[in-house]
Design a protein around this ligand. Structure first.
Ligand code: SF4
Length: 498
C-alpha cells in the first residue's frame, strides 16, 4: 500500500489515516468526500431542473460584467501610486497573458488570437516589455513577487528563446522571492523539450496542461488534434525536468462526449497520476463566443448526461485517492491545495483555486486583469487597443471597478462558500461588524430552498454545504450576489450552472 508523508504525518493513499495526530485526522476527514457519500440522492433529477440556470463561476466578485469604463488608466495609475511606498510590504503576483494560438479549439472561452504568423509574437513581446517597464517603475523594489502565472492563449506559442527573453526581462525588473511559485499553461500539441527546458531554466516549477478529453471523436468535434501520445510525451518531459507540480485540465459537457468515453478519459488521467486535476464544466455561451456555433447543439450531452459524467468522475477520482477541492478541482492528499482546504486557507482567483492570498495581483498583456487593494482593472481586450495605450505611454486599462464595503463582505462570503463549503456566521459578523440575520435578510430567504432540499445545513452558527449541495455550489453562492438581477436577463452573460 502506498504511504504518503505530509508535514511529518503519514497517511495511506486510500485515505485511511494511520498515525496518531488527531488534529490532522480531524481536519483531513473534514475535506475528504468518501466515494459512498450521498452525492446522488433520490431527487437529483428534480433538483437539476430546479436549479439549472445561468450563473457566474465566481473567480471574482463582483464579476467582470460589472467592470466599467469609469475606472480608466488614470485611475489605475492613481491607485497604484497610493500603494507605492517603502512601508508597503504586500507581496505581488504577476499574470502574463500570451494570447496567441495556432488553431482554434471550438469550445474555447479564452481571449485568444488565432494566427500562424509567428512574427506577430515579436511585436507583442516588445509591447509587453514596455508595459513591464511602466508597471515596475511604480512598484517599490521592497515588494516581492511570490507568484507568477503565464496564461493565454498559449504561452508555449513562444519559442524557447522568446520564453527566456521575456522571463529574464521581467525577473530583472521585479524582486522575486526565492521560493516563488512560477506556473505556466502548456499546450502539449506543439510543445518541444526545449520549451520546457527554457521554462525550467527560468525558474518555472508548475505546469498546467489542457487535455480536455482523450476521445478522438470528442477532440475532433472541438477541432483539437491531441492524440494520447502527445500528452504522454509532454508529461514525461515535465517529470524528467523536475517540475514540482503537474495539473491536467479536463472538460465535461463537450460535444459527442458520453459516460463511457469520459470514463476511459478519467481512467487514463488516473494512470498519468498528476498532482492536480481540474474538471471544468463546458461553458457553452455561443452568444458571447460566436465560434462555439461551430459546435452542433445536438451533439452536446444533455444536462442529465452531463451530471452522470460529473458524478462518475468525482467517484473515480476519489476512489483513486484524490481529494475533491472546492467546486471543480482534485488534488493528491499531500498537495498544498488539499492542505489549504483542510486549514481553511484556500482561495479562489482568476486561475481557479489557489493556496496563496494576501498579495496584489498585476496583469500584464492584452485583456489581463489586475486585482489590488479593493480594485479590479482589466486591460484592453484587443491588440489594437492594447498597443494604442502603450504607444500613448500609459497603462492599457480599459475597464475596472472599485469595491465597496458591501462588495468586500459579499466577496468574502462567496469565496468562503466556494473554498470551505461552509460559512462561520460569527466570523463574518466579527470581521465586518454586521448582524448577519439583519444584513442578509434577503439572502437567508433565498437560501431556504437549498436548506429544504438538503443542499445546505444550518447547525448552530455554521452554514454548511452538503455533499450533494456541492453540485449546486454556484447556485448557493448566487444567493449572496447583489448584482445578478441588475445584469441583463435577455442575453445571459454566464454559462448554465448544471
Ligand atoms: S489552445 Fe487553449 S486558448 Fe488556444 S484555442 Fe485552444 S483552448 Fe483556446
Amino acid at each position: 500500500m502506498k504511504i504518503i508523508i505530509i508535514c511529518g504525518i503519514t497517511i495511506e493513499s486510500n485515505l485511511i489515516i494511520i498515525n496518531h495526530c488527531s488534529i490532522y485526522k480531524e481536519k483531513l476527514s473534514r475535506v475528504i468526500m468518501k466515494p459512498d457519500d450521498d452525492l446522488i440522492g433520490p431527487n437529483l433529477a428534480e433538483l437539476m431542473k430546479k436549479y439549472d440556470r445561468p450563473g457566474p463561476r465566481y473567480t471574482s466578485y463582483p464579476t467582470a460584467p460589472l467592470f466599467s469604463k469609469e475606472f480608466d488608466y488614470e485611475r489605475y495609475k492613481r491607485e497604484i501610486i497610493k500603494l507605492n511606498h517603502p512601508n508597503n510590504k504586500t507581496d505581488l503576483s504577476l499574470y502574463l497573458h500570451i494570447p496567441f494560438c495556432d488553431t482554434l479549439c471550438y469550445f474555447c472561452g479564452c481571449t485568444t488570437i488565432i494566427t500562424q504568423n509567428r512574427d506577430r509574437v515579436k511585436e507583442y513581446l516588445d509591447y509587453l516589455k514596455r508595459e513591464i517597464d511602466l508597471l515596475s517603475s511604480y512598484i517599490h523594489p521592497n515588494r516581492k513577487v511570490i507568484q507568477m502565472h503565464w496564461g493565454g492563449g498559449t504561452p508555449t506559442y513562444l519559442t524557447p528563446v522568446e520564453i527566456s527573453g521575456i522571463a529574464s526581462y521581467i525577473k530583472k525588473r521585479f524582486t522575486f522571492s526565492d521560493d516563488a511559485e512560477l506556473s505556466v499553461e502548456i499546450d502539449p500539441r506543439e510543445l518541444t523539450l526545449e520549451h520546457l527546458q527554457a521554462l525550467r531554466q527560468n525558474g518555472f516549477n508548475r505546469i498546467s496542461m489542457g487535455v480536455q478529453d482523450y476521445s478522438e471523436k470528442v477532440l475532433s468535434a472541438i477541432n483539437r488534434n491531441q492524440g494520447e501520445e502527445i500528452t504522454r510525451q509532454a508529461v514525461e518531459w515535465s517529470r524528467s525536468l523536475g517540475f514540482v507540480s503537474l495539473n491536467l485540465d479536463l472538460v465535461y459537457g463537450l460535444p459527442l462526449q458520453t459516460l463511457e468515453s469520459f470514463e476511459k478519459t478519467v481512467d487514463h488521467i488516473i494512470n498519468v497520476s498528476p498532482e492536480r486535476i481540474a474538471v471544468y464544466n463546458f461553458a457553452y455561451v455561443p452568444w458571447i463566443k460566436p465560434h462555439q456555433k461551430l459546435i452542433k447543439p445536438e451533439d452536446l450531452p444533455t444536462p442529465e448526461n452531463k451530471m452522470k459524467i460529473l458524478l462518475m468522475t468525482i467517484k473515480k477520482l476519489i476512489d483513486a485517492g484524490y481529494i475533491y477541492i472546492g467546486m471543480d478541482h482534485f488534488a493528491k492528499a499531500n498537495d498544498e491545495l488539499t492542505i489549504s482546504q483542510m486549514n481553511k486557507s484556500l482561495h479562489r482567483n482568476f486561475q481557479g483555486y489557489s493556496t496563496k492570498a494576501g498579495y496584489d495581483l498585476f496583469g500584464l498583456g492584452m485583456s489581463s486583469i489586475s486585482y489590488f487593494a479593493n480594485n479590479y482593472a482589466q486591460n484592453a481586450k484587443t491588440l489594437t487597443g492594447y498597443y494604442k495605450a502603450i504607444d500613448a505611454g500609459h497603462f492599457a486599462t480599459d475597464v475596472g471597478y472599485q469595491m465597496s464595503f458591501d462588495d468586500e463582505l459579499r466577496k468574502y462570503i462567496i469565496m468562503r462558500l466556494m473554498c470551505d463549503l461552509a460559512l462561520e456566521i460569527s466570523e463574518v459578523e466579527q470581521k465586518f461588524k454586521i448582524v448577519f440575520k439583519e444584513y442578509f435578510k434577503d439572502a437567508i430567504v433565498s437560501l431556504q430552498p437549498f436548506i429544504e432540499d438538503k443542499l445546505m445545513q444550518r447547525s448552530g452558527g455554521t452554514l454548511k454545504v452538503t455533499s450533494q449541495g456541492r453540485l449546486f455550489l454556484r447556485n448557493i453562492a448566487m444567493c449572496f450576489d447583489a448584482y445578478l438581477t441588475k445584469i441583463s436577463k435577455e442575453k445571459p452573460l454566464f454559462s448554465r450552472t448544471v
